[in-house]
Design a protein around this ligand. Structure first.
Ligand code: C2O
Ligand code: CU
Ligand code: CU
Length: 484
């Protein structure tokens, strides 16, 4: 029996064992990878009203700073934020709109902002080279030329991303367009962002971030699942359709999203764009960094009922997680309402790119050789800021294949400076999933899988691509590419 299987068979709550001396030393000896199991998410009542981040326009100031928020109890603890409390404001911009955000770093260490999902010039993209030192400022100025979608922003520093994101720095960046408006999707109170992040807490209630070596392998997971910075939240809803923009903003935890009553829901958007038509699903396995835009119909529920957004068990992403079903948040039906909204048959045309002129292959691996440089590798390499790993000609269309066929961990692979389409997945789940049938910037490459994406490089400059398991990323599972 493989050790990873043994750990899994022990069932839940084996974190202590998984991180114990003996496993660590056998892992050092390279017997196998050793796997920590995701901490148990305890069930409890969902008693706190879901916080909704404030919405700002694209010329408001952001300040990375020490601030306070309530996480567990009613008393406030120190966290990082872009304004007040966990999670930055939601920025909304029209397609074609200008962004002009004065940013200040009021923290004690360097930071920057990466606009995840936006295709913008490299000097604005938050490459790990671009460090904004304590008490420095930077003006983020760019045009949003892309279609409607749910993007997000967060720090992007080599070796500090996991920590700063976990401590509270991230926010949504929503692009709207006239084409999307014309669909008359649920809006206002009926369009709700859900940023899902797991947190491990210290006994004083502050957010803990201290991955062990084993947790660098599995990713750092917490036992508290927060939505929009709210622990065990509820949302009061009416008997009608809602639109939820869901971001998995966790470091490493993957969620197999489903409703506790087994209801269908409709995927209308992926990371950076809308699907051609709604896809009816019962579950979506959402990796870190990925987003889905969904429509949910509560009209068959009765006032007084509640349903939960769940993460169901899954077994396609390695042994460290997926062992436990848990509730993420509760939706309490408190109002009868008749809803004129009809699910549209079509959304926004999605034209497939073809005619790729080149294929590049990237082997995703983990090994203990030269561990101080990092264990997670792409084509045998660990991130080096001044090395250009791939050179691409501006305007070309290429196919990139991420090959995790020998791996036993999940790698959500993310690209900067470009958005892509998923062309194929072989091995593992062996198929393109409903929420992958539109523009994406992050794709889950599960154990045993090879995933091909196609894209046209339209933005000049030096960018990174990397695994969005933030511990893997900080461990060096990231390379540079230059478009010129
Ligand atoms: Cu969300 Cu390179 O990151
Ligand atoms: Cu990104
Ligand atoms: Cu990874």
């Amino acid at each position: 029996m493989k050790r990873t299987q043994f750990i899994k068979n022990l069932g839940l709550g084996t974190l202590a064992i998984a991180t114990s001396e003996s496993l660590l030393s056998s892992c050092m000896a390279g017997m196998d990878h050793g796997t920590a199991v995701a901490p148990i998410v305890a069930d409890a009542e969902f008693k706190t009203a879901l916080k909704i981040p404030e919405t700002i326009n694209a010329s408001s100031t952001l300040v990375a700073q020490n601030t306070q928020d309530t996480i567990m109890s009613t008393s406030k603890v120190n966290v990082l934020g872009y304004r007040n409390g966990l999670l930055g404001p939601t920025i909304r911009v029209q397609k074609g709109g200008e962004v002009n955000i004065p940013f200040q770093n009021k923290m004690k260490e360097h930071t920057n902002i990466h606009w995840h999902g936006l295709v913008i010039p490299d000097i604005m993209d938050g490459h790990p080279d671009q460090m904004i030192m304590p008490s420095e400022s930077f003006n983020f100025k760019f045009t949003v030329a892309q279609q409607a979608g749910t993007n997000w922003y967060h720090p992007h520093l080599h070796q500090l991303t996991g920590k700063q994101v976990t401590q509270g720095l991230s926010g949504l960046f929503i692009v709207e367009s006239p084409e999307e408006k014309a669909l008359n999707l649920p809006s206002g109170n009926f369009e709700v962002p859900l940023v899902i992040q797991d947190k491990r807490l210290n006994t004083d209630g502050t957010i803990k971030y201290s991955p062990t070596m084993t947790e660098v392998m599995t990713g750092y997971m917490g036992e508290n699942i927060l939505v929009n910075g709210t622990n065990k939240p509820f949302l009061e809803v009416s008997t009608r359709f809602y639109r939820f923009r869901v971001l998995n903003g966790s470091s490493a935890r993957i969620y197999n999203l489903a409703w506790s009553d087994g209801a269908d829901f409709y995927v209308i958007g992926s990371d950076s764009g809308m699907l051609a038509s709604p896809e009816k699903v019962k579950t979506v396995l959402l990796g870190t960094g990925e987003r889905i835009d969904i429509l949910v119909d509560f009209s068959s529920l009765k006032v007084g009922e509640m349903v939960y957004l769940m993460s169901e068990i899954f077994n396609t992403m390695g042994n460290s997680q997926g062992n436990q079903p848990f509730k993420i948040m509760s939706f309490n039906v408190n109002k009868q309402e008749t809803d004129a909204f009809k699910l549209p048959l079509t959304l926004i045309p999605f034209n497939k790119i073809q005619n790729s002129s080149k294929t590049r292959t990237f082997a995703l691996t983990m090994d203990m050789k030269n561990m101080s440089a990092g264990m997670h590798k792409i084509n045998g390499k660990v991130y080096k800021s001044d090395r250009i790993d791939e050179s691409v000609s501006l305007g070309t269309t290429e196919t990139w294949e991420f090959d995790n066929s020998t791996g036993d961990e999940a790698h959500p692979m993310h690209m900067h400076g470009v958005i892509f389409q998923v062309v194929s997945r072989s091995g593992g789940r062996g198929t393109i999933l409903p929420h992958e049938k539109a523009w994406k910037d992050t794709v889950m490459v599960g154990p045993g899988e090879k995933v091909k994406v196609i894209m046209t490089f339209a933005q000049k400059g030096k960018f990174v691509f990397h695994c969005h398991n933030l511990e893997h990323e900080d461990d060096g599972m990231m390379l540079n590419f230059e478009v010129k």
